[in-house]
Design a protein around this ligand. Structure first.
Ligand code: 5RP
Length: 270
């Protein structure tokens, strides 16, 4: 693999264990000012010290993140559809590789919607992005998006989507954790990171999700809502970090989470 691609990937995937904790804050590109991401700077800033990389759009990077930060940027470069529009899958490339270079990013990210009416268009977007980014040494993250069809999160569908992304040349892939996740990982020759999806019912559910994904062969997580929609987002990202990088079990991470929340609480309150 090209030196520039490897160098950038090693900023995202920590060389000591090959894993990553990416913080996803790109949701506004189709959801608008979604809950607890209304003021991106306020949400993002306290979490940055605990993220190996941050995934976001050009507009939020330029307006809400200080250019002196050292955290690697994974720039979302696809979009063009919203939650109130006709079809979330109808995406195009929204940011040029030239602009990604200007912003000094460590990777670019684009969604593919396999099985949708826009399958061909989004796969062609991915192929074009890889052709354009690779000569600059910029890795491409393919996001196997499911839009509103959350029921698509099964191993057969996700294995297909991840494999197709890798076949087109994606350097890493983002997908969902699912039953038989090993089959998804086993069929994909590039590293996989998992999304968290909508906020889960309990803290333990989130920690188990991260743990089982790592045990199942994921190279990390790229999580958003289950971190920053938590009442204690810093404690939650640190607990997930313990799972990704320190081999913590869900129970150990849960105890860390409770300790951190307790330590933050004003005297007399938990
Ligand atoms: C949307 C995305 C999001 O970044 C992704 O879904 C991760 O965030 P969350 O953990 O909230 O699902 O790529 O297409």
């Amino acid at each position: 693999m090209d030196w520039g691609i490897r160098n950038r990937l090693s900023r995202i995937f920590q060389p000591q264990d090959g894993r990553t904790l990416m913080l996803a804050v790109d949701h506004g590109y189709f959801l608008g000012p979604t809950t607890r991401l209304e003021d991106p700077r306020a949400t993002i800033t306290p979490l940055l010290p605990y993220a190996d990389a941050i995934m976001l759009t050009r507009g939020i990077l330029q307006t809400c993140v200080d250019p002196t930060v050292t955290v690697p940027v994974v720039l979302r470069v696809s979009g063009g559809a919203t939650i109130v529009g006709r079809d979330l899958a109808n995406e195009t490339i929204t940011t040029s590789v030239r602009d990604a270079v200007r912003l000094n990013v460590s990777a670019v990210a684009l969604s593919i919607f396999v099985g949708s009416d826009y399958e061909h268009q989004t796969l062609a977007n991915l192929a074009r992005l890889i052709d354009e980014a690779t000569p600059y040494g910029i890795p491409v993250l393919a996001v196997t998006a499911v839009g509103k069809e959350l029921e698509k999160r099964d191993a057969r569908y996700l294995a297909l989507a991840c494999r197709v992304a890798a076949e087109l040349g994606a350097h890493f892939v983002k997908t969902y954790y699912c039953e038989d996740f090993e089959k998804v990982v086993g069929g994909c020759p590039v590293p996989i990171v998992i999304a968290g999806g909508p906020k889960l019912d309990s803290d333990m559910d989130v920690l188990r999700l991260a743990y089982e994904a790592i045990q199942g062969g994921a190279a990390g997580v790229d999580m958003g809502r289950n971190i920053w929609q938590h009442d204690h987002p810093v404690a939650m990202i640190r607990a997930i970090r313990a799972i990704v990088h320190e081999g913590a079990t869900p129970q150990q991470a849960y105890e860390l989470l409770r300790d951190l929340i307790h330590a933050q609480a004003p005297v007399g309150r938990v």
